[in-house]
Design a protein around this ligand. Structure first.
Ligand code: UDP
Ligand code: MG
Length: 314
């Protein structure tokens, strides 16, 4: 068998109060990467931990300069932590992994091998997820809805363990809590998305940072993502259509009353008349929101990701 190609691998590890997992995580990651990568760096992004996490990664760095530290002054969230890690990454392959030892570092070579099969992003799939049922069921629903709405067919959007070609992480903008939608954002840019089953463990130390409330937020975020991927550059096409429907409905209703009035019938306020008026007011509101969104996107510099760019100098 042909020897697998070796990459320079940047591992991005977002962490928030994970002091008891970090030493073992460092040991296992280093053991795996020394075998599987040409070179590697471990970018620990401390997301404002209040326990001893930062001291531990400082100690790790003092013994190994492949350990990099980005320490936030407060807890910003997993998305900003990943985003900063992506900015610092210098490898040609970037791997993300949770810091709590729930993801298994031994899966990393398998994910990277799939990149070599031609994928730009390979997402882990925790088929046998070791979390309480209050998390696994909402998460199943979330994954089904996201897959359906986005057209990106994955079983597990929110797996912490993923491998990327570096172009992908330099391209997608991960803010707020959009880290759950990186495959959607990347897929929309034309990157090829793959999936690979990975093993998963129970959390041994510390506490989960996310509860059931993330389902609701996740649904709002899905709306955001659908909007920014499909409509960001032409918002009035969407808002204008909706406004037009309301205007047409309200207009027809009022036309009916106008005709009655012209025919000499006395007019009385009727429920239908109120509906017609409200529909016209709503259409003006939605139309103006569309215009504002259009104004916003006209000042936005659109940038592109290229598959090829061969242009001769002038
Ligand atoms: N995390 C983070 N900032 C936060 C919340 C979480 O950096 O505000 C990290 C956390 O330390 C862990 C990963 O993101 O490494 C996944 O979080 P967690 O294990 O709490 O999520 P779960 O596995 O329960 O879905
Ligand atoms: Mg976890």
């Amino acid at each position: 068998m042909e020897e697998a190609k070796k990459h320079c691998v940047s591992v991005v590890i977002p962490l928030y109060n994970e002091e008891r997992s970090l030493d073992e995580l460092y040991r296992r990651l280093t053991a795996v990467l020394e075998g599987a990568a040409a070179r590697h760096e471990l970018i620990f992004v401390d997301d404002g931990s209040t326990d001893g996490s930062l001291e531990i990664i400082r100690r790790l760095r003092s013994g190994d300069r492949r350990v990099k530290i980005i320490g936030f002054s407060r807890n910003y969230g997993k998305s900003p932590a990943l985003s900063e890690g992506f900015r610092a990454a210098r490898g040609d392959v970037v791997v993300t992994i949770d810091a709590d030892l729930q993801d298994n570092p031994d899966e990393i070579p398998g994910l990277i091998a799939r990149l070599d099969d031609g994928y730009d992003l390979v997402s882990g799939w925790k088929q046998d997820r070791k979390d309480p049922i209050t998390k696994t069921w909402p998460s199943k629903l979330f994954n089904a809805v996201t897959s359906l709405a986005s057209g990106i067919r994955l079983h597990d959007f929110n797996c912490g363990l993923k491998a990327y070609r570096v172009d992908v992480v330099k391209r997608v903008r991960v803010y707020g809590e959009l880290h759950r939608f990186i495959p959607v954002l990347a897929g929309w840019e034309g990157f090829r998305i793959g999936e690979q089953r990975v093993s998963h463990s129970e959390r041994r130390f510390g506490r989960s940072k996310y509860g059931a409330s993330r389902l609701l937020n996740g649904m709002f975020d899905l709306m955001t993502v659908m909007f920014i991927t499909r409509r960001a550059t032409t918002p009035l096409h969407l808002f204008g259509r909706i406004a037009f429907l309301f205007l047409a409905g309200g207009g027809l209703i009022n036309l009916y009353f106008l005709v009655q009035w012209i025919m000499g019938e006395g007019l009385h306020v009727r429920p239908l008349m109120v509906l017609g008026l409200i529909m016209i007011v709503i259409s003006i509101q939605i139309g103006s929101i569309g215009l504002l969104a259009e104004l916003q996107s006209s000042t936005m510099q659109q940038t592109f990701s290229y598959r090829e760019y061969e242009v001769d100098d002038q």
